[in-house]
Design a protein around this ligand. Structure first.
Ligand SMILES: Cc1ncc(COP(=O)(O)O)c(C=O)c1O
Length: 388
């Protein structure tokens, strides 16, 4: 079967953040939404069918991670990440941001230092900041159009930190970290007694030609010192089902974290999150493989367009997922003017780069290219015109 990712799906009025909350976030609704990280594609039918079947039973009582759900998660972890885990090393979590929040609560206290690589997905900044922890940011460099870790800086900054929160692959920009990068991160963190929260939500969307490495596999110190989160939510466009999984190899960390989750009873699935995730990981492979080809096509299309029509833009294009990072500084406009041009002239809602790490990212914006190519083409044309 061939899936049609060119189909335009009307999402307004479905209560989705991306299209229905433009007014709250941008003060207007006349924008094409290219911000929140979900895709404008139909999720695979296997998921909606499984949910429909379950919804036909009229009792929606408490649910749990069934044995078949657990087996399916273990199998995905083995086939896609190369990790051979045991049943009790996994725990359901109702979303990865929630999982990170729980980890902050379980392992850190107010004033503890939390290390991140900026620019980064805003909750990695807002969660520590908002909970009285002290954020320590190691700024990424850009080398050959991709993010690169400044290991000297990371080593200096890691001293005295309690935890590092890391996206593997990275958001924004979708940089796929090499096994060597990850091994160095693991060594620096281990030397400094910094535990690692390894967020692999974008891993399944590693594009053809790139090689993702699961963090726990790179070294013994990595395996023994991290919580790894993964999820079908980005992969199959089911973020609204709030269905994610935690894997912890180390006994002590696992007992402490899963003990925390179970004591406070904060990590239960709901009927549809369990059913949807199981269907996705059981029957979604072919859809995913076609999605990756389509996304790779969108990346190539965007790169070509930028080179041809907006050579001023310095871009970090995704090696995984669909979140490109665009730096408009070379146009010479102040940040506020670039922003106004994008809103008033292009009528496009992008993410403001400053929310990914502050003033250093003025004139940078994140664009979500997980949409039909006709929409992407239209948006890019409008941005190019708006920047003239
Ligand atoms: C790196 C990263 N982690 C977590 C999330 C959100 O995860 P969840 O919806 O499971 O909380 C996102 C969404 O964009 C993300 O990019």
């Amino acid at each position: 079967m061939t899936y049609n990712f060119d189909e335009i799906i009307e999402r307004h009025g479905t209560g989705c953040v991306k299209h229905d909350m433009l007014l709250q976030h941008y003060g207007r609704t006349d924008l094409t939404a290219m911000w929140v990280a979900d895709m404008d594609f139909r999720s695979p039918d296997c998921i909606s069918e499984a949910i429909r079947r379950r919804s036909e039973h009229p009792v929606y009582g408490y649910s749990f991670s069934t044995e078949s759900y657990r087996k399916t998660m273990l199998s995905w972890l083995s086939r896609h990440y190369g990790i051979e885990a045991e049943r009790d090393q996994l725990h359901f979590i109702p979303g990865i941001v929630a999982g990170i929040a729980f980890a902050l609560m379980a392992f850190t206290h107010e004033d503890d230092k939390i290390l991140v690589l900026t620019p980064v997905y805003p909750p990695f900044i807002n969660l520590p900041d908002g909970s009285g922890r002290t954020l320590v940011a190691s700024q990424l460099k850009i080398e050959n159009g991709r993010f690169a870790i400044d290991f000297d800086d990371l080593r200096n900054k890691a001293r005295g930190c309690k935890m590092m929160i890391m996206a593997n692959p990275h958001n924004p920009g979708g940089t796929v970290w090499s096994a060597d990068d990850l091994r160095k991160v693991a060594a620096i963190c281990a030397e400094n007694h910094v535990m690692v929260i390894d967020d692999e939500i974008h891993a399944d969307l590693t594009l053809p030609g790139y090689q993702h490495t699961a963090f726990p596999l790179v070294s013994k110190e990595a395996a023994e010192n991290c919580l790894m989160f993964f999820s079908p939510s980005k992969t199959f466009n089911i973020a609204g089902l709030s269905s994610s999984i935690c894997y912890v190899g180390n006994d002590e960390l696992r007992q402490r974290f899963y003990g925390f989750l179970d004591t406070y009873e904060i990590a239960h699935g709901n009927v549809f999150s369990i059913v949807g995730a199981e269907a996705a990981y059981t029957h979604g492979e072919e859809w995913l493989s076609q999605l990756l080809d389509y996304l790779a096509g969108n990346v190539a299309f965007t790169s070509d367009f930028l080179k041809r029509e907006m050579p001023e833009v310095k871009a970090v294009m995704p090696e995984a997922s669909y979140l490109a990072w665009l730096d408009f500084s070379a146009y010479g406009y102040p940040h506020a003017e670039t922003w106004q041009r994008l809103l008033d002239r292009a009528h496009v809602a992008l993410n403001d780069g400053t929310t990914f790490g502050g003033k250093a990212y003025e004139n940078c914006f994140r664009i979500n290219i997980g949409c039909p190519r006709s929409v992407l083409n239209d948006v890019l044309q409008r941005i190019a015109k708006a920047m003239e």
